[in-house]
Every structure is written in C-alpha cells, then in structure tokens.
Design a protein around this ligand. Sequence first.
Ligand code: AMP
Ligand code: ZN
Length: 478
Amino acid sequence: MKIYNTLTRRKEEFVPINPGKVGIYVCGPTVYDFIHIGNARPQIIFDTLRRYLEYKGYEVNYVSNFTDVDDKIIKRSIEENIDASAISERFIVECKKDMEDLNVRPANVHPQATKEIPDMIELVKVLIEKGHAYEKNGTVYFRTRSFPEYGKLSHKNIDDLESGHRAEAHQLKVSGEDEKEDPLDFVLWKPKKEGEPFWKSPWSEGRPGWHLECSCMAKKYIGGTIDIHAGGEDLIFPHHENEIAQSEAANGTTFANYWMHNGFLKINGDKMSKSLGNFFTVRDICSKYDPQVFRFFMLTAQYRTPLNFSEELVLDAAKGLERIVNGAEKLKGIVEKDNKKPMTDEENRIISEELPKYVEKFEAAMDDDLNTADAISTIFELIRFTNASTDTESSSDFAKALYDTLFTLADTVLGVHIERKAGEMASDDVAEIEALIAERTAAKKAKDFAAADAIRAKLLDMGIIIEDTREGVKWKKA
Ligand code: AMP
Ligand code: ZN
C-alpha cells in the first residue's frame, strides 16, 4: 500500500516497523461540545484506514486521544458553574455515541490527557535534563532551536518562523513573550490561573501544554516510534511539528514514520469551524440523514482533497448507497431461497475469473493512498455486474459468493452498512406506493370507483394499508 507522507511530500510504500503489525495514533477531539461534522472526517477516514489494514491481515493498534483539559473546556465549566471534568466526561460520552452511529469502531485505547499527567511530567523532566527545555516563573518552555530539524514536517524554515513570530509578538504583545529565551519556544507546562484545574509539578501547580499529551500517549500506548500518525491538516503546524520536536528530542528516535493528514470539510467553499459558526454537529446531521449515508458521503472523496458539504451531495450519496443496498438485497433474496442448485460452469467461471477482478480493482484504489472515491466507483461497477449476472434462477451458492464479496468490501472495509434495517423500505418501493396512491386519487376524482378499488386491492396485496383522512391519504405497512 502507498501512503502520502506529509513528511516527505511523496506517496511511499507502507512498511510497518514490526511485520504484520501497525500502530496508528490519531489526534482526537477537544471535548467541550458536541463534535461537528468536520471533526468526523478524520474519525471516519482513519477508521477506514484501520479497517483496510485489518482486511490486509495486519494487527492494528489504534490509539486516539480525547483532549480533556483545555481553555475551551474551562471556559464552559465556568459558564455552567461545574467542574471542567464534568464537561469533558459529558462530551466524551456524546462523542462516543456519535462515533457508534457513524460506525466508527472504538479505538484500542482512548487515552485522556488528565489521566496521564505523571507521564507528561516525566517527559518534561527528561527534556529539561537534556537541555531541550527550561523553566521561567513556573512555566516550562521547549527550546525550539535546540532541535535542529524543527520545521521538517510543515516544511517551514525556522528563520522565517522566527521573523513572523517577532512581528506577531510586537503587534499583539503576546503574554509570556518577554520571559521566553526565543519567541519560537513553546509551552510544555503552564501554571494555573485562579479557578483553573491544576496538578502539582516540580515547577508549579498547573497543567500540561496541548502538544505534550500526544507525544506522551503515543509512546506509552504504541512505542518510541509509531508507524502512522494522523489528523486533520490544520494540525501539521504547530501541533504535529511540536510533537515531533518534543518526542524526538526526548527519545532520540524517529517519532512517526508516516504522517497522514486529511483535507478539510468545507461548507459553501469555506472551512467549517466552530469559530466561524458555519458548522453542523454530527448529532444534527444524523437526525436529518441516515448516519450510514453521511459516512458514505465522507468516503466519496479521497481524504486529502477538500470536501464540500451540501444537501445536494448528501442526497446524491443517499441515492448511491441505495443502489448498493438494493443490489445486496437482490443477492440476499436469492441466497435465502436456498435452492440447493449446484453452481453452473458459467457461475463457477464468474466466481473464479470475473469477481476477483473487481476485488483487485478495489484494492488497487485503496492501496493508492486510500482512494475511497475510486474504491466506491468499483463497488458500483460490481453492483452493475452482480445485477446483470444473477436472476431468480441463479444458484444460491453463486449469489452467496457474490454477496460475501460485496459485504466484505463495502460493509467490513468501508464500514457502510449494506443491509436495510428491519422495517425500512427501499426508496423505489416507496415511490411505487406513492404513485399508486396518486393514481387512485385521480380515479376517484374521475368517479371511476372500480379503478380506485382495484388500486386499493393491489396495494393491500403489496402489504400496504391506506386510509383516507382529512389531510389526504395516509399509508402504512399491514
Ligand atoms: P479539534 O477538536 O479542533 O482539535 O479537532 C479534532 C480533529 O478534527 C482534528 O484532527 C482536526 O484537524 C479535525 N478537523 C477540525 N475541523 C475540521 C474540518 N472542517 N474538516 C476536517 N477535519 C477537521
Ligand atoms: Zn495530537
């Protein structure tokens, strides 16, 4: 499999550190509110990466944190006059509910910053001992220039950064700039302000900097070098750049071999974000659309391209998914007939010669830096193929072989449920029912009661009961 590595700006063949095993760390959300659909993009994408690597036979250790101590959490806890931990615990529960709806599997470990403080303090101590960090008035800073490779991930030049910082500090009078040795230095530990949550440390009662938590947890739950580190592209700088500096300066080993970053989910061409106010929560969207449609929509674009969110595109995705679900339903119908027919020579040939071509094409797309857009096109081709090569006379074993392949690619790997939920109707069936009801209404208007009754009987045969009410005709399943 090839992965585009932000570090080298190239697609590279993926080679794990330990054969057959992959360690993935994905930066998770800051839990101060319901997550928005932009936050769901990395969750869905990297869950799909995990599923695909498992499909290829790897044992995946998937770690994704919750940032549960942060200015925004503290702000909300003050507004609601409760503990910061009550806010973060509440939204961790809500986030996990959203992930379940979107069929994002729980990580092997979901570490939380507040539960890892002693390890973070140890990491800061190591950085101070090695000369990479220093304390001033209770704050500990990372000495950025002590790490010569600073800027290698974001491809920024340290001197350009420095002049940018100086200008910014000059204009904004950034607090703490005066006590730093260098404007580029960033915070590892900061003292509490009145009313803020804090932990004891050798430097002050305070809390760790945001970047520190990921450096610490990635090492603890995966190892000194991890295979893949992932997150949204906004995290490249400074978050991931700083994680590299801290981890590599402390451990003396490469922090992560492959860096994957998803592009942004946009709305009307603008970045979707809380601060711009142009966002929808996952909860809103899942109450309006089937969460599976939303997951499918997210996968219709390759993860590095920006993806525009619009009602029209989600409805297109709904139609696409419906085609797949209908195709799967047709196959399942034949399987369930259990006709015990042996497979014909032609059916055998299709299973051994034709079907593998679709699987290969799907894998080629996924192997090309997780190109889910092309993988989905292949699934559509497979549906056209299964529709054309089966009918009511096909053997159940043949239909089952086709169904199993479709299920593996779409449901197991892409994580999109292809089985209709019990009681849910195909949209084509709904359209047919509604057309018949309209026909009956027209017949009644024309006083052709025999025709109207015949339509009512036909609907009843289809298992549909209709009722004439003052608001119009209502229908339900018998
Ligand atoms: P945050 O809670 O802001 O730290 O974000 C959690 C994750 O969501 C990070 O990996 C971000 O890069 C990602 N993210 C935030 N907004 C978007 C967006 N509009 N599109 C895609 N990813 C996003
Ligand atoms: Zn992180």
